[in-house]
Design a protein around this ligand. Structure first.
Ligand code: ADP
Ligand code: MG
Length: 236
């Protein structure tokens, strides 16, 4: 059997609120394989962002096992985890999370600083990514001089710059109008077609239709996990 990019076994997460525990993920088991294109859906508060943050190694589960591309990250110390995260994962947020004082190009280059790449190579690679996401001549602009769609292009370029195999996106079109959302989804389609594994959260059916597999969470558990009928004839 092919190795999973994401292997989750009975993942649990609860938040401490005062003296109480709020269980948010109640035992999520899931395998996602190389080059899958998955939409994660579910009502607000069902635990989608909590799960994505765990998948992205931005947060740790309170129980269960997470194996990312063969690394058991559920037991890994923080510094080792940061290395795996920087190498294996590109994360795209709904609110873009760009650094306001940096230009588009400088934002895209940030993960390369952590990866220890020299300045000249950083600029070249960041520029390639800027072109790949269709931002073109606006690379010298700062986030407040860019539209929402352009900011999300910058954020996607930043997520891709270290050449991670896994791209995670939490409601990447949640702050964008319909036309811009379609343009952004075309970029995710291209990323998937280029061989990456893509997992994105959305609550819009039109957006989820881009994915080949649709996983629905409800109240901290997987409710359904289905192939998108549109792609049933595809080979994976
Ligand atoms: P979704 O993304 O599906 O809307 P979330 O994962 O953001 O859901 O949240 C699931 C539940 O966990 C909600 O009830 C939310 O209030 C709670 N929650 C999320 N993050 C925290 C946190 N850092 N501390 C306490 N409760 C949280
Ligand atoms: Mg959310």
């Amino acid at each position: 059997m092919a190795q999973s990019v994401i292997h989750l076994e009975d993942i649990r997460k609860s938040y401490k609120i005062g003296n109480n525990e709020l269980p948010v993920l109640k035992g999520v088991s899931l395998d996602i394989f190389k080059n899958e294109y998955v939409a994660l859906m579910g009502p607000s508060g069902s635990g989608k962002s909590t799960l994505m943050n765990i998948l992205g190694c931005l947060d740790t589960p309170t129980g269960g096992k997470y194996v990312l591309s063969g690394h058991d990250v559920s037991t890994m110390p923080d510094d080792a985890l940061a290395l795996v995260r920087n190498k294996e994962i590109g994360f795209v947020f709904q609110q873009f999370n760009l650094m306001p004082r940096l230009t588009a190009l400088e934002n895209v280059a940030v993960p390369l600083i952590y990866a220890g790449v020299n300045k000249k190579e950083r600029e070249e690679k960041a520029m390639q990514m800027i072109e790949k996401v269709g931002l073109g001549s606006r690379y010298k602009h700062k986030p407040n001089e860019l539209s929402g769609g352009q900011c999300q292009r910058v954020a996607i370029a930043r997520a891709l710059v270290n050449d991670p195999s896994l791209i995670l996106a939490d409601e990447p079109t949640g702050n964008l109008d319909t036309k811009t959302s379609v343009e952004i989804m075309e970029i995710f389609d291209k990323i998937h077609a280029g061989g990456n594994t893509v997992v994105l959260v959305t609550h819009e059916e039109d957006i989820a239709e881009h994915a080949h597999r649709i996983v629905r969470l409800r109240d901290g558990l997987i409710e359904t996990d289905r192939r998108n009928p549109k792609y049933l004839t595809a080979t994976h």
